[in-house]
Design a binder for this molecule. Structure first.
Ligand code: SAH
Length: 486
């Protein structure tokens, strides 16, 4: 029974501390605010009680006394409670009050600092809050002060005279007043100001201005909460050092429809380039368990997808075999991803075609003599490869080790995908099952991984706006970047 006052960082899930993740994974109860990363709760126990104690849909905040009551009640019931707050719990987070409540109630507590928005949002906008030549101090200030309450009123002349950077939290609406009072107190009207909206999140926006024009320009740009306002010469460095908003896919939303295990690698790559990713898996890989043929009888083994490679080794394992069972055959992988998957199982493919399609594989075989070929693939596949091998006089056996089935799409995900800038398709089955689940698609641009997928799209009445070349996930990412640049 301990209360943990935990900071969840400013929004980017990567800025959650290791300690915070550890405690979230262990907690019996999590009481959380609104401004925490959506992904922060993913690691919670399935049976943890997760209670939202923030503002109720733009309405009033749950009263602080009620939060205190919940903290004490749960801890007294013997539970470990994580009180999860945006940023740092002790920076405008009321963590101090909650610690005092625990102390009074005799409840043990710990504090886990978080990365505060006042440092993180500027950092993601390329602004160091201190700088050897420009600012030797930094002040964190609430912009939310209530002018009606004299006891909370800020000492504006003192703030104006502060020799360093001023960082205002909760100050978007008060921008005109902040700028005006600082100038009245003696800060030059030309002093640089940065307003960072949704700092560290995919939609981050930075406005660089001066005290003279910041209020007007923020209103023009429609800057809203949450935002950090930073005043001082360091703000001008954002012009040169801003990096996040310059990433090639910043502000581009992209839906990924492939099966979840493969989707995450593609999604991670897109996110690193700045994209907002909607994971909308339309398919799932369901393993099949046919009996294995006598592998020694084949002189060519073709593997046509990473899933096929993994499924093959699962079947081998189930039969008490390992990579040695493939020792006699020439091994062909359809593309670099499949070759990589084979390598994970100790097999170096002899052949990897330059073009990652069935036709490319046939071409790459050149004049390799083939007597008996085994093709490992999905149940539903094109006949190009078996047909071409038979034409070369080979005896061909197809071993279907998995099938692609529909993954149900919930309405919210389908809607988010339909609102994205791009929807990516990485196989004919993603096209078919996504359209079955989501209905027609008009609005987003269509990105296809290659000709077979494009053909499926056209058959469904959709013209791809871009087609990857090479026909690989990396090729698809490169095509999206090129489209965003253009
Ligand atoms: N404890 C939090 C601050 C809570 S006060 C922390 O340490 O960061 C809430 C204010 O924090 C917001 O009004 C806004 O000014 C700032 N804020 C929180 N998240 C932000 C974000 N992602 N980008 C910009 N400002 C943010």
């Amino acid at each position: 029974m301990t209360v943990y006052l935990v900071g969840a960082g400013p929004g980017d899930p990567g800025l959650l501390t290791v300690r915070a993740a550890e405690l979230i994974a262990r907690a019996d109860v999590i009481l959380h605010d609104r401004l925490i990363p959506a992904e922060a709760l993913a690691g919670a126990r399935a049976d943890a009680e997760v209670v939202y104690v923030g503002k109720q849909g733009g309405g009033p905040q749950m009263p602080q006394e009620e939060i205190h009551r919940l903290l004490v009640e749960h801890a007294r019931a013997g539970r470990d409670v994580v009180r999860l707050k945006g940023g740092d719990p002790f920076v405008f987070g009321r963590g101090g009050e909650e610690a005092l409540v625990c102390l009074e109630a005799g409840i043990p507590f710990e504090v886990v600092p978080g990365i505060t928005a006042g440092v993180a949002a500027p950092a993601y906008a390329g602004i160091p809050v201190t700088h050897r030549e420009l600012a030797s101090g930094v002040a964190f200030i609430t912009g939310h002060e209530d002018p009606a309450k004299p006891e909370t009123a800020l000492d504006w002349p003192a703030l104006a005279a502060f020799p360093g950077t001023l960082v205002f939290y909760m100050g978007v609406r008060a921008l005109p007043r902040i700028a005006e009072r600082l100038v009245a107190g003696g800060r030059p009207a030309s002093e640089p100001v940065a307003v960072v909206e949704r700092g560290t999140l995919p939609g981050q926006r930075t406005l660089l201005a001066t005290l003279a024009d910041v209020a007007e320009r923020a209103a023009e740009a429609g800057i809203g909460a949450p935002a950090i306002t930073l005043v001082g010469p360091v703000a001008a460095l954002g012009e040169q050092l801003g990096w996040l908003e310059r990433r090639p896919l910043h502000d581009v939303s992209i839906a990924v429809t492939r099966a979840r295990p493969q989707a995450s690698a593609l999604a991670a790559r897109l996110r690193e380039l700045g994209a907002t990713v909607v994971e909308a898996p339309a398919i799932r890989i369901a393993p099949l368990a046919p009996a294995l043929p006598d592998l020694a009888a084949f002189d060519l083994l073709c593997v046509t997808s990473p899933n096929g490679a993994h499924a093959l080794f699962e079947r081998l394992g189930a039969a008490g075999l390992d990579a040695r069972a493939l020792a006699g055959a020439t091994v062909a992988a359809i593309g670099p991803g499949t070759a990589r998957a084979l390598r994970e199982h100790g097999i170096r493919a002899d052949l990897v075609p330059g073009r990652a399609v069935a036709e490319g594989l046939v071409e790459a075989l050149g004049d390799v003599a083939v007597r008996r070929a085994l093709i490992v693939r999905a149940r539903e596949g094109r006949d190009v490869l078996p047909g071409a091998l038979r034409e070369r006089g080979a005896e061909v056996e197809v071993l279907a080790l998995y099938e692609t089935v529909a993954e149900p799409l919930d309405a919210a995900t389908a809607e988010a995908a339909a609102a994205a800038d791009y929807v990516t398709f990485t196989s004919a089955s993603t096209v078919r099952f996504f359209l079955e689940a989501a209905g027609a698609l008009d609005g987003p641009r269509i990105a296809s991984i290659g000709p077979a997928t494009s053909a499926a799209l056209r058959e469904a009445g959709l013209e791809p706006d871009l087609e990857a070349d090479p026909h690989t996930p990396d090729g698809l990412v490169a095509a999206l970047v090129a489209a965003a640049r253009a």
